[in-house]
Design a protein around this ligand. Structure first.
Ligand code: 0X9
Ligand code: ZN
Length: 424
């Protein structure tokens, strides 16, 4: 029996290792296009993600490329033709990735043994949420916000203190839309834990004043893929034309879909999909959001990275109608995120603060569901190294969780104050 188990483990291990995409001798280059013709010259690379993966959205300004050794020469020559000089950021991507491989989950770990000192696999987090229902049966339930292409559930946690308050509004927090942005889901679960266990009066008040819906993994297939195969995966996992896989779920929402800052090339990292709501994750989540019984007070989306707080819109530089109020809330939230560790956030409306990007969840909820307070955090780290940015060390989960909780407390307080609602 023991031998069988050993053989089985060896088989599983070999299978997984064989499956994992490797980046041996791939180089990471930073390129800084400053002219429109340079940007257009780089555009064809969007369709060549196997050769030169663009690690952020192609736009004017520093952009990191993960380049296969077989394509290195062609890449450098292409840049030369565009009068661009690449900066070498990493000479061997695989060596860097190997350094931050997470410890293999311990099969003997107790099911209530969940921590914020490591990044968790999808099933771990789903199991943890299921267990919370047993621990707080009067307050907690799980909800299924939709399904993924590969048939996984979009499992979330609802927190509702049934204390007789009439007409509570909801706050929906979504994370993990982009698969490789691991700090988002980790911060979402940290925040769940705060809402359930904190003795801090402000947090207790927050937990009781709203009906909370928290969805740590809005793109579960992608997240699993970042654990098993390719740490740098961003999109969903649905097959598309040109033999490419996945759509950017944060470009797939039916609000000014594909108008700007979104690609029509299936191989691009910001592919908007063949049509709005083509992705099962996005379509089912949108239906779920529409179906919620309580009026939605606020929608929050956690991404990483760059330390930005963003509000609508992504498709235009025209500011949303209540931008003065959004700015007021923004100031409260950005002030609070700094309090504990001095973490500096900037931001504003997506279009100007980051880059044009149409079809995000935040914009759809604001524009279609008419939720007045819709925000997106681009969490730690700061800076624009897209190569290291998605690989925030696990030792930063707790500080990120703490400062984001500080920020959310002040953000919601500021929004509630505008509405004349008292959190208690
Ligand atoms: O490109 C994106 O989708 C977001 N940046 S990321 O590096 N996380 O991919 C920015 C888009 C604006 N964010 C939202 N509208 N939520
Ligand atoms: Zn993102």
């Amino acid at each position: 029996m023991k031998l069988l188990l050993v053989l089985l483990s060896v088989y599983i291990l070999t299978f997984c290792l064989a499956e994992r995409k490797r980046f041996d001798n791939y180089r990471v280059y930073r390129v800084n296009p400053t002219k429109a013709n340079q940007l257009e010259g780089l555009r064809p690379l969007e369709a060549k993600s196997e050769d030169a993966l663009i690690l952020n959205n192609l736009h004017l300004g520093p952009t990191d490329f993960l380049v296969a050794p077989s394509y290195d020469k062609t890449f450098v020559e292409l840049l030369k033709g565009l009068d661009l000089t690449p900066e070498l950021i990493d000479n061997n991507a695989q060596a860097s990735l190997s350094l931050d491989i997470e410890p293999v989950a311990d099969a003997n770990r107790r099911s209530d043994d969940y921590s914020w000192t490591e990044y968790h696999e999808l099933n771990d987090t789903h199991r943890w949420m299921q267990n919370l229902v047993g621990k707080y049966p009067d307050v907690v339930s799980v909800f299924i916000a939709g399904q993924s292409y590969e048939g996984r559930e979009l499992l979330g946690l609802k927190i509702n203190h049934n204390d007789g308050r009439a007409e509570k509004q909801s706050i929906f927090l979504e994370a993990g839309m982009h698969a490789r942005e691991w700090i988002g889901p980790a911060t979402a679960t940290y925040f769940i834990n705060e809402l359930l266990t904190s003795q801090e009066p402000q947090i207790k008040g927050l937990a009781r004043s709203y009906v909370w819906y928290i969805l740590p993994h809005a793109n579960p297939d992608g997240y699993v893929y970042t654990h098993l195969t390719n740490r740098m995966w961003r999109k969903t996992r649905s097959p598309q034309d040109k033999n490419c896989i996945g759509t950017d779920p944060n470009r797939n929402w039916d609000f000014h879909w594909r108008e700007v800052g979104a690609s029509s090339d299936p191989c691009s990292e910001s592919y908007a999909g063949p049509k709005a709501f083509s992705e099962r994750e996005v379509e089912t989540l949108s239906q779920y959001l529409r179906s919620l019984p309580e009026p939605m007070f606020m929608y929050l989306s956690l991404h990483s990275f760059s330390q930005l707080l963003l509000y609508p819109y992504g498709h235009t530089s025209t500011l949303p109608e209540n931008h003065k109020e959004l700015e007021q809330i923004f100031n409260a939230a950005v002030g609070a995120v700094k309090r504990r560790y001095g973490t500096r956030y900037t931001g504003g409306n997506v279009y100007d603060a980051i880059y044009p990007a149409a079809g995000s969840s935040m914009d759809w909820v604001y524009g279609v569901l008419k939720v007045k307070y819709s925000f997106c955090y681009e969490l730690r780290p700061s800076g624009y190294s897209f190569w290291t940015g998605f690989r925030l060390p696990a030792s930063q989960i707790i500080p990120t969780g703490q400062e984001t909780t500080d920020s959310l407390v002040e953000m919601i307080k500021a929004a509630a104050q505008i509405e004349g609602y008292k959190i208690q």
